[in-house]
Design a protein around this ligand. Structure first.
Ligand code: PLP
Length: 934
């Protein structure tokens, strides 16, 4: 295999590579790399290095799935961030490109021009109540004058900002004040740091140096910062993924579980240097430990020579209403980490306090951090402690009182929204609201959809900010908890907008008022509350996967909305939103929404045959799909196929444009994927049947019928022409009206293929007298190409004639193009003709329906299953009809003939005849559904 061929093969099999030093690692779908490929990869190592570096393909598992709820690994090809995204701010462009993209799409990323106390003001002048406080780092709100004064005093003093190896009065004083905050704890030393994570790093080093042990026991859900050491004790794997941070399962216990803690110590009594816990878990979703838990932790540490580290980075310095959250539990740690509030909301300052048991020369002689404990940081710290402790710690009493008020109001809110608020937790100015939007799952429409994709809480945060003027965030690890952390100084009256905003947002959600929830994203300001009732039909997103059942066929059908208006149809709450704005919204949201099952279908065939299938929606319109880079489209639909497969489908039909934008579906073929079908064969069979039925109605002999096939070079066009040529007297092969260049040449190739097909057909079935195929039977001595020309000369076929000429002469017009335009106008059509529009979106102009009552316009490619179909379906235009392409998928699964599914693009006559027979056998009838003008 040449290196190039190998690379192509790897792409095809969706193998992604990463170079690690002089090693290459690959990740691939199961079974994609066999022994042959492995050997080829070994032989071409150098070329693969170049390829891996050029594509810089991240490891598949290194990036979380865009689909928050389905566990399908995202192939490396399509990043979460839309490559076409053009950040409109240098911060987004250079600093927060990835996270910023998500925040920007949800309109959460704002420029704040001014901030004071509990409020911030956007560049547009909106006043925002800050209930996030930089993750609890603004104890006194924004820009507290007390801290700035201290910094200015520091400047005016002329003392050095840094004085390594000298003696810093400020740092010394701050250390003494910190230790004095909790004299009973017996702290004996302080390590200054610049952040919470750095405080944790110092704690880890202190503990290891003092005990001579390496292992660190910590809690699931725990969060201690994102440096490598702190990641080692993080309680969620997602933070570690891709950063090569080793963890040992023996070192992690569930938070709050005394028995698990005891078991961990018992299993290896002398294993742990430290037990590291938050006295109130923050990022895990504001989780209080059960009574007695921390006390037992203290005992176990004492019994086993393990140091107890309590991380008060977030909970410390007054946030919970005590100076330290540990004090609620009466538990004294050996090491305590601080940061956040210590800088007074202005300077980054951290500190790790430790007692004599944690002290060691090994640490003291070898640890340092250049900027830590600088004069400015220490001055800010001193001023912060002044503020916190003045008036006999009046601020702490204020936090307890305001915290109780906050809790009471949240409880009142919970009693009004028990369907959404399932729990309240925390203390003081560190509280959490646990939200559960499961009740929205059952809501059809967009809200149900975004709920299924776990997007609702982000929309809630966006709505609270943009409409309610309140800044909040979900906790990092628990996506369902809104953390409420206003400045400690906030007044009760200042919190009113928080309650009003929560009330309004949850109220709009409960009413199913999608328009209101999304109005700011759509750009519809001050929209009156929606008049529209919540939708009653439409996709219901939570569809449980169904286990396989004996004797039941399994299929899936991949679909996508046909136009933007489909989204509004999906959700009447969006009714009245103007097309352009809806398009903008869909643009914003669809990138976050992975293919998902929207509908289940059950179908019966003859002889008790039955099949179950699901519709998998890819949320992009044809316009978007046609603009999408091919690789991205293949990735998107590939994911849909994987979702279908994971949910049990044995054959997957590619609806709408899904085969068009994936090289006829070829780009989706991969080992272990289920059989794929475009459904083109059965669509063609049904289109050909429509011509027959239409002409029979008119009493028009088929031998005298002129058929114009628009889109004759496409799959459906070619097969329909072939089937029609068995009976009709004349066939015009019209190319794609959008691509007139090279039409003749292309048309000739199509005509030659038609001849070849007719000759193959003749071996199976005699053509009808007077048909194009019967004319061909007299030309046995001619080559395929010569016969094509001869048929044209004999006036039996037209090769790439001008559009109007062909359609004006035709008794039956079949439209099977991939054009998204409605180009067939009244002037194109012959008196009394049949127009069968197989294209979606349609190609027939609505004027043909209104201005030409003589013409019969039907929605082509529709089938009516005789045995009936269970459930309203998007696999067809209404509840009784289905698209022939979907029907083909169903037929193969009713037949249980997965191995015989037509390979994509196969139009062999024998196969067409077989499929046609299967369709008849299972009672799938042609449906002549008149097209009506919308
Ligand atoms: N520890 C806890 C408990 C925290 O909540 C945080 C941050 O949220 C950290 C450590 C890390 O702090 P930083 O972001 O300053 O590194």
């Amino acid at each position: 295999m040449t290196p190039d061929a190998l690379v192509e093969e790897l792409k095809k099999r969706r193998v992604s590579l990463t170079a690690h030093g002089d090693e290459i690692k690959f990740s691939a779908p199961k079974g994609a790399v066999d022994a042959v490929l492995r050997r080829a990869m070994q032989a071409n190592k150098q070329a693969l290095f170049a390829y891996a570096r050029a594509t810089d393909a991240p490891h598949v598992a290194a990036r979380p799935s865009k689909k928050f709820s389905l566990s399908v690994p995202r192939p490396a090809l399509a990043p979460l961030i839309d490559p076409d995204w053009r950040p409109n701010h240098s911060f987004l462009q250079w600093v927060e490109r990835d996270k910023g993209y998500l925040l920007d799409q949800l309109q959460i990323a704002k420029v704040f021009e001014r901030a004071e106390g509990a409020h911030m003001w956007t560049s547009e002048g909106a006043q925002i109540l800050d209930c996030l406080s930089q993750y609890g780092s603004l104890p006194f709100g924004h820009n507290p004058p007390e801290i700035w004064d201290a910094l200015e005093e520091c400047r005016a003093s002329g003392r050095p900002a840094f004085s390594a190896n000298g003696l810093s009065d400020a740092a010394g004083a701050l250390a003494a004040r910190l230790i004095g905050l909790w004299p009973e704890a017996g702290f004996d030393g302080v390590v200054f740091t610049n952040s919470g994570a750095e405080s944790l790093e110092a704690a880890i080093k202190l503990a290891r140096a003092a005990t001579g042990r390496a292992a660190l026991l910590s809690a699931k859900g725990g969060f201690h910062g994102l440096t490598i050491g702190a990641l080692g004790v993080a309680g969620s794997d997602s933070y570690r993924e891709g950063f090569a941070v080793p963890v040992d399962p023996r070192d992690r216990v569930p938070y709050g579980d005394v028995e698990a803690l005891e078991a961990a110590f018992e299993a290896e009594p002398r294993r742990f240097a430290a037990l590291m816990l938050e006295p109130l878990q923050g990022e895990a979703g504001i989780i209080d430990p059960p009574a007695g838990y921390l006390a037992r932790a203290r005992e176990l540490c004492d019994a086993h020579g393990t140091l107890l580290v309590l991380d008060e980075v977030q909970s410390g310095l007054g946030r919970t209403g005590e100076m330290f959250a540990s004090q609620y539990h009466g538990v004294i740690p050996d090491i305590m980490t601080l940061a956040k509030a210590l800088g007074g909301g202005v300077m980054p300052v951290g500190a790790t306090l430790y007692n004599a048991r944690a002290r060691s020369e090994a640490f003291g002689l070898r640890h340092s951090s250049t900027f830590a404990g600088g004069a400015l940081a220490a001055s800010a710290g001193l001023a912060a402690l002044d503020y916190l402790t003045e008036d006999n710690c009046a601020l702490l009493a204020h936090v307890r009182k305001t915290g109780a008020f906050l809790r009471a109001r949240l409880e009142a809110l919970q009693s009004r929204f028990p369907d959404f608020i399932t729990g309240l937790s925390g203390r003081g100015m560190m509280q959490g609201i646990r939200l559960d939007f499961a009740s929205l799952h059952e809501k059809p429409g967009l809200l149900g959809l975004v709920t299924q994709q776990n997007l609702t809480i982000h929309l809630v945060v966006s709505h609270l900010l943009n409409k309610g003027g309140v800044r909040l965030a979900p906790s990092f690890s628990a996506g369902d908890v809104l953390r409420i952390q206003p400045p400690l100084t906030v007044r009760e009256d200042e919190l009113e907008p928080l309650f009003a905003a929560l009330e309004a947002t949850l109220g709009a959600l409960r009413a199913g008022d999608t328009g209101e929830v999304l109005a700011h994203l759509i750009g519809v300001e001050d929209r009156a509350p929606s008049e529209a009732k919540p939708p009653v039909t439409g996709p219901r997103p939570t569809i449980e996967a169904r286990p396989a059942q004996a004797g039941e066929g399994r299929f899936a059908f991949v679909v996508h909305p046909l136009d933007i208006a489909d989204f509004a149809r999906l959700d009447p709450g969006l009714g009245g939103v103007e097309h352009g704005k809806l398009a903008g919204l869909v643009d914003r949201l669809s990138h976050f929404i992975d293919p998902f099952p929207i509908e289940r279908l059950e179908i019966a065939g003859s002889g008790g045959a039955r099949a179950y299938g699901e519709l998998i929606l890819v949320p992009h319109t044809p316009d978007v799909l046609m603009r999408m880079p091919a690789a991205k489209a293949e990735e998107e639909f590939g994911l849909a196929v994987d979702v279908a497969h994971e949910r049990g489908a044995r054959v997957v039909g590619l609806g709408g444009f899904s085969s068009i934008v994936t090289r006829g579906g070829m780009g989706l073929i991969a080992p272990k994927r289920p059989s794929l079908t475009s459904g083109n064969a059965y669509t063609s069979i049904i289109a050909a049947q429509a011509i027959e039925a239409g002409m029979a109605r008119r009493g028009q002999a088929l031998a005298q019928t002129r058929v114009a096939i628009l889109g004759a070079a496409g799959m459906v066009g070619r097969a329909t022409a072939l089937l029609a040529a068995q009976k009709a007297g004349h066939i015009a092969l019209v190319g794609n009206p959008n691509r007139v260049e090279a039409v003749r040449e292309r048309g000739l190739a199509v005509a030659v293929e038609l001849v070849r097909g007719m000759r193959a057909f003749a071996a199976l079935e005699a053509p009808a007298p007077g048909s194009v195929a019967s004319a061909l039977s007299t030309m046995a001595e001619l080559s395929d190409a010569a016969a094509a020309i001869a048929l044209e000369e004999a006036g039996r076929i037209a090769i790439a004639p001008p559009l109007t000429q062909a359609t004006k002469a035709a008794h039956a017009i079949i439209l099977a193009t991939n054009s998204t335009e409605r180009f067939l106008t009244p002037a194109h059509v012959r008196q009394g003709a049949l127009v069968c529009d197989v294209s979606r979106p349609f190609n027939v102009h609505p004027d043909v329906i209104t201005e030409r009552p003589d013409v019969e316009v039907i929605e082509g490619g529709l089938v009516k299953p005789r045995e009936g179909l269970k459930g309203p379906t998007l696999a067809g235009p209404d509840d009784t009809h289905i698209f022939a392409c979907a029907a083909e998928t169903m037929l193969w699964s009713l037949e249980g003939a997965y191995a015989r599914v037509h390979p994509l693009g196969c139009m062999e006559p024998a196969r067409l005849l077989e499929l046609s027979r299967i369709g008849q056998k299972h009672g799938f009838d042609l449906a002549m559904v008149p097209m009506i003008e919308e």
